[in-house]
Write a protein that binds this ligand. Structure first.
Ligand SMILES: Nc1ncnc2c1ncn2[C@@H]1O[C@H](COP(=O)(O)OP(=O)(O)O)[C@@H](O)[C@H]1O
Ligand SMILES: [Mg+2]
Length: 263
């Protein structure tokens, strides 16, 4: 590629508003297996802006969880680049990526992953405390109210239904005001009615938070509720529907900024 001449270069103080929140380019992940090199992901390209949602679908073993792990910085790619707000996040050190995760990302898993010997309130407070946020109990109680679990704050996870546990996990995920929310088969362990309630809540909370949502699912109906859709097969993107010209929503974070909890 030709280098732009100095006179054609944009002024360096130009606002970076065009940078996508998440930009993935030529991403690949290969591992050494007993019978040689295995390609888990290859040629993955997409961008996602604040407030948008992306569904990742594909059969079991197609690389969905591997891709989520790379996007969240839990794992490093073999090649390719992941940019967050324009900077190459895949080249950060492990400590830097852990710091990024604590302040930027949140997760909702199929199996809830609540801490068994902490009560509901303590579970939601935990990431707030790890991120050094003030008034973690107030924030956690507020989010538990939003997911309809104010009456369960002192219960332990094992005494809750699957649907209730996943709603605790949603409260825990949104409480840290993530820029990126990753959900891996969030309804995979729930019956239809509870799954629907969790998903409605997930989209509703997401709309208000302005976070970008990356949702792994087997469910085509659920995928269709996301603006963008990426389908994987044996680690490759076989089908993609990226909505064009989506207006980038301004995050509606004023609703949940820490100042709201100071009085
Ligand atoms: N660290 C690893 N080493 C070897 N194979 C792996 C590793 N991680 C995942 N795989 C394999 O890569 C494929 C994709 O896995 P995964 O991302 O979990 O798929 P999905 O979430 O779509 O079911 C699977 O065949 C899995 O067994
Ligand atoms: Mg998976």
């Amino acid at each position: 590629m030709n280098k732009p001449s100095a006179s054609a270069a944009p002024p360096s103080d130009l606002p970076q508003q065009t940078a996508a929140l998440l930009e993935v380019s030529k991403l690949a992940k290969r591992v050494q297996g007993p019978e040689g090199e295995l390609t888990l992901l290859e040629d993955i390209d997409f961008t996602l802006s604040a407030g948008e949602s992306l569904a990742i679908t594909g059969p079991s073993g197609s690389g969905k969880t591997t891709l989520l792990g790379l996007l969240a910085g839990l794992d490093t790619p073999t090649s390719g680049v992941i940019r967050l707000n324009g900077s190459a996040f895949s080249s950060l050190s492990e400590d830097q990526r852990a710091g990024h995760r604590a302040t930027t990302c949140a997760f909702v898993f199929q199996e809830f992953h609540l801490v068994a010997d902490m009560n509901v309130l303590e579970n939601v407070m935990l990431p707030l405390e790890l991120a050094g946020r003030e008034k973690p109990a107030t924030i956690a109680k507020d989010w538990l109210e939003r997911v309809g679990l104010s009456h369960r704050v002192h219960h332990f996870p094992a005494t809750l239904s699957g649907g209730e546990q996943q709603r605790v996990a949603l409260a825990r995920a949104f409480a840290v005001q993530p820029r990126l929310l990753f959900a891996d088969e969030p309804t995979g362990s729930l019956d239809h009615a509870n799954g629907k309630r969790v998903i409605d809540l997930l989209f509703e909370l997401n709309q208000h938070s302005g976070a970008a949502l990356v949702l792994v699912t087997h469910d085509p109906q659920l995928a269709s509720r996301c603006q963008h859709h990426l389908e994987l097969h044996e680690g490759k993107m076989i089908h993609q529907t990226f909505a064009q010209e989506n207006p980038v929503k301004e995050p509606a974070l004023e609703e949940v900024t820490p100042q709201n909890y100071s009085s």
